[in-house]
Design a protein around this ligand. Sequence first.
Ligand code: MRU
Length: 314
Amino acid sequence: MKTMYWKDSKLFLIDQTKLPDEVDYVECSDYNDVIDAIMTMKVRGAPAIGVAAAFGMALAELAGEDLEDAADAIKSARPTAVNLFWAVDRVLRAANSDSGSALKEAIKMYDEDVETNRAIGKYGSVVIDDGDTVLTHCNAGALACVDYGTALGVIRAAKDEGKDINVICDETRPRGQGARLSVFEMQEEKIPVKLIVDSAAGHMMQKGKVQKVVIGADRVAKGGVANKIGSLMVALAAKRFKIPFYVAAPKSTFDEENSIYDVEIEERDPDEVLYYGKCRIAPEGTEVENPAFDIVPSDLISGIITEEGILKPI
Ligand code: MRU
């Protein structure tokens, strides 16, 4: 299932806020629609945000709008996933070159995403053994990319090689990407999957029920990796129980310039914490902090699975 497609000069995105109940597409006919889709997380996941942003630039180009203005606006949609900035800058460079265009570059990035994820899957499947149960956090699957996925791509590849793999998905509060999206993807693939609450991950490891952890990344920078809130606790537990902890991410998620500790961690709406779906779970007046990402330091990471092979953290 493709997370997005381009048709009749418009971008169509699966509305991920409606999954798994409904597979519905949002139509983006100008770049502000794309910004809205990123901000409201109709499209989410670092590589998918990057490619959607690239098509946002293409929409601005087709409308004859100022591309520098569009680039600044699109880049302000979310702060942590570096793919957003990488994609917009790449498209801007192409559009400003003699023979390039924003649309041509966006289509190229769309096609590259799937190839890249298949290469990540090929390299990553080597670390997955027949019979492993792999724990993953959030959704680094096809839905976080154009298709196939990074962390879930590794699991797909291992399964395609004939390995018997079981998956454990952390629920991933507050927005439930593990429960809603990763479980959905694994069920579609007929890969045996169990859902746990986030706080059960350490217990499952202590009981010997997890052999590998594979997660995605929003940014790989000097000193570690930023990924969905809760990734740090999973990594600490994995270290304690000597369970290999891998990050699967394309090179477009690498930020070689900055320290991971200087990266802006997105703070989201308190209502995401105060409500479970539509049901309020805390008293009126409750104060909330809702960081969307945390940082896994390099020393907790066994390797970063990329399209170029398994690399050491930077
Ligand atoms: O807030 P989200 O859902 O955009 O966060 C996504 C994640 O943290 C993913 O694990 C990450 O982007 C890797 S996606 C291949």
